[in-house]
Design a binder for this molecule. Structure first.
Ligand code: URA
Length: 475
């Protein structure tokens, strides 16, 4: 016998630490979205549809639910149910017409992390040839806070359209095996409502709510494989190694319970990844790599991209192991096949590929300044988050959603942690489209860069890999 579910009862149950059933979670999220739609209709001056009493949920109740989850947590099954309810709260991408193994990656956010721009064309190139076919339906975000966003980088390419409707995304995927787009307004609306409420209720940091938020959006891409790059270190979103690992251990089973092969790599973010951090400059760095120009400062970026690609190729069945997948990814990059795919992906998004002929010439900064080593020694440390904020203040990032970003602002890193430097040697070059924006970031970078007599102890790029197998083995 079915019984009526009241949102208040769901809140009380979670408040008291009891497990919620799948119908209770699904009903609560359904009510959240119905009430959100009602508010939107009212804002448009339309008469909203009448809701049944059990479908009504107030903002106060949504806030109470979030706080109850924050305090009590969720079991793996509850988390999978919340993620599924959010995933199907609006439109979803349907990969059936592709007849292809769909795979994507997600990063918790870093500084200079442009690996998506290398990975999408690499996997697309592998997916074009032979069997199995592989496709990358990549739905990405914008820069916020100290971290960059793939969409802002892509939109520096003249004409590049990231706002494709899902039907056009399918066509692009059929043609090129990768699409790189932004979230449509109707994709996972529950996350938009809950995320805004979390911001006001001190519940942003809940690893359960972060997992449901990230995984509902990724799983709405209808992917069969997912590789998560969970950053650790001074530039990471999560404040400690333990918290990053805890998040990874929530996300992996959530993906697996949705029949998506999922691996989470805990990777070091103690300094900007690669050579450049910004928007166009990051595209420039990737174009160089895909053309076979391997600047020494890009070595960590190439290594990370190949390792993440390797897991994607392994999940897709293109390689026997993730390590063999990484070698295959490197071959694809070196052969020029990834660059060929990149050109067709950009063209399919109406981007002007002529700017890749000379990416340095397309870089239009009006002001530059160099931060030099204040003394001789070893580059021993920096607060990578502060470096990310300096990039944002140069104009490359945004302080709040909706702010414009500069295409050409950013920084070039000249040395990696542990490098011996002479006094006066360049550490960073700062680029801005506005001379007045150079002063503060220069001061921020000067304050955070540390030079010592001894080289620092450096963390490996890949700290740990979490999969369902490693979790089972650890009990
Ligand atoms: N990114 C998301 O999409 N959601 C979160 O909750 C945190 C990071």
């Amino acid at each position: 016998m079915s019984h009526t579910i009241h949102p208040l009862d769901v809140i009380i149950k979670k408040r008291d630490g009891l497990a919620l059933s799948q119908p209770e979670i699904a009903h609560f999220i359904h009510a959240v979205v119905l009430n959100g739609e009602q508010k939107l209709a009212e804002a448009r001056g339309e008469k909203p549809a009448e809701l049944a009493a059990t479908d009504k949920v107030s903002d106060a109740q949504i806030a109470a639910f979030l706080m109850a989850v924050f305090q009590r947590g969720l079991s793996p099954l509850e988390l999978a149910d919340l993620t599924t309810a959010m995933r199907y709260s609006g439109e979803t991408f349907d990969a059936t017409p592709l007849h292809s193994f769909t795979v994507d990656k997600h990063s918790t956010g870093g500084v200079g992390d442009k690996s998506s721009l290398l990975i999408a064309p690499t996997i697309a190139a592998a997916g074009l040839e032979g069997t199995p076919s592989i496709s990358v339906p990549m739905i990405s975000g914008r820069s916020l806070g100290h971290t960059g966003g793939t969409l802002d980088k892509l939109e520096t390419i003249p004409g590049f359209d990231t706002q494709l409707p899902l039907a056009r995304m399918t066509e692009v995927l059929l043609e090129t095996h990768a699409a790189m787009v932004g979230q449509t307004p109707r994709l996972v609306p529950a996350d938009r409502i809950l995320y805004a409420m979390r911001d006001h209720t001190g519940t942003v940091e809940s690893p359960y709510l972060i997992t449901a938020s990230i995984m509902s959006k990724k799983l709405a891409e209808d992917i069969r494989g997912l590789v998560l790059d969970v950053k650790v270190g001074s530039g990471a979103f999560m404040p400690t190694y333990e918290k990053s690992k805890y998040l990874a251990e929530l996300m992996v089973p959530t993906g697996e319970l949705a029949d998506t092969r999922t691996a989470a790599l805990l990777t070091t973010m103690d300094e900007p990844l690669g050579r450049f951090s910004g928007n166009w400059v990051e595209v420039w760095e990737c174009v160089d790599i895909m053309k076979g120009i391997r600047h020494p400062m890009s070595a960590d970026l190439i290594e990370l991209s190949n390792i993440l690609s390797g897991w994607m190729l392994y999940f897709a069945g293109k390689s026997a192991t993730p390590e063999a997948g990484a070698r295959l990814a490197d071959d694809i990059l070196r052969s020029g096949a990834a660059y060929k795919s990149w050109l067709s992906i950009v063209a399919a998004h109406k981007g002007d590929t002529s700017v890749f002929a000379d990416p340095a010439a397309f870089h239009k900064t009006t002001a530059t300044r160099i931060l030099r080593a204040s003394r001789a020694g070893y580059l021993s440390g920096m607060d990578c988050k502060e470096v990310g904020w300096a990039v944002q203040r140069l104009g490359a990032g945004r302080a709040k959603p909706g702010d414009p970003v500069s295409a050409h602002a950013g920084i070039e890193s000249h040395v990696k942690l542990g490098t011996k430097v002479e006094e006066g040697q360049p550490i960073f070059t700062l680029f801005s489209e506005d001379e007045a924006l150079l002063e503060e970031p220069h001061r921020m970078l000067a304050a955070t860069v540390q030079i010592a007599d001894q080289p620092p102890v450096r963390q490996p790029l890949i700290r740990e890999i979490i999969t369902r197998e490693t979790m089972l083995a650890a009990g």
